[in-house]
Write a protein that binds this ligand. Sequence first.
Ligand code: EAX
Length: 326
Amino acid sequence: MNIIKTKIIQCAALATLALSPLALEAKTINLAFTQTMDSQYGAAALAFKSELEKRSNHEFEVDLKPAGALGGEREVVESLQLGIIEMTISSTGPLGNFDKDVYLFDFPYVFESYGHAHRVLDSDIGKGILNGLSDHQIKGLAWGENGFRQLTYNGSPILKPEDLKGGKIRTMENWVHLATFNALGASPIPMSWTEVFTALQQGTIDGQENPINLAVTSKLYEVQKQASMTQHLYSPAVIALSQNYWEGLNSDEKKWFQESADIASDVMRKSRAKLESEAFDELTKRGMAIHKVDIAPFVKATEEVRHSLATEMGFTEKLAEIKAMK
Ligand code: EAX
């Protein structure tokens, strides 16, 4: 082959490459979360991925990083603020440390049902808090759902606050939660979720609290014998982007991200409901004893947190507004 012919072939190959959509390099987004792919977090992340990739004709690709692959929730939120990680679906547990207003959702026995929680999150109060995250370099796209938190533990059944006395219960890194478990008489230990399974296995802690379906997807039944349906907190999740990343998107791209997050939010609520309804049978089958409890004494024991602490934080009116939406 002579040199001219070779050049022509090379040019043609380059031209094809330039026109081919494969030659456009997709923008990859890391989406980090601490729970497994079979949890409601995994379901929401998959929904977001498929919606965004479809809408953007694969101009964006979403790389899912489940099970704490990029760190615990507090670390991931910090990385989002710095623009090191693009996206997360996180419980709001660590968010109050960055934006005080999020603590409003951390008071015990404020939400009475899922309907109540959804009404609040979808109202101006919920939207205001979501939008306020932008002041802290976090773009809250939508509320997702973690769920009502229940206790799992080893030892004798916990049916009233006195049974919790001295129990080493892991809480999220959230001081309203810590105050709540202190008020209940436990010895709370704040810890990242990524360390909980090992801590339960080694007996560093006696128990933990989370939506009951996470005990199935995270195999807590391997290290926990009992569960009590204390329903002490409603825990939202946030579907969030690094604010920096958001600001770099054009208006079409922002629309794709927003629509995909709205769909993921809906998927997350539905997935939580399904997984929670299946969890009781599954955990019983796996050998855990699940106790229904009278929550009245738990509500009473945490009264002080809802009063003094809420007053100190300037939340009295907002909490009353939330309670009235039940
Ligand atoms: O995001 O840390 C926690 O207990 C969270 O609820 C959990 O990881 C789900």
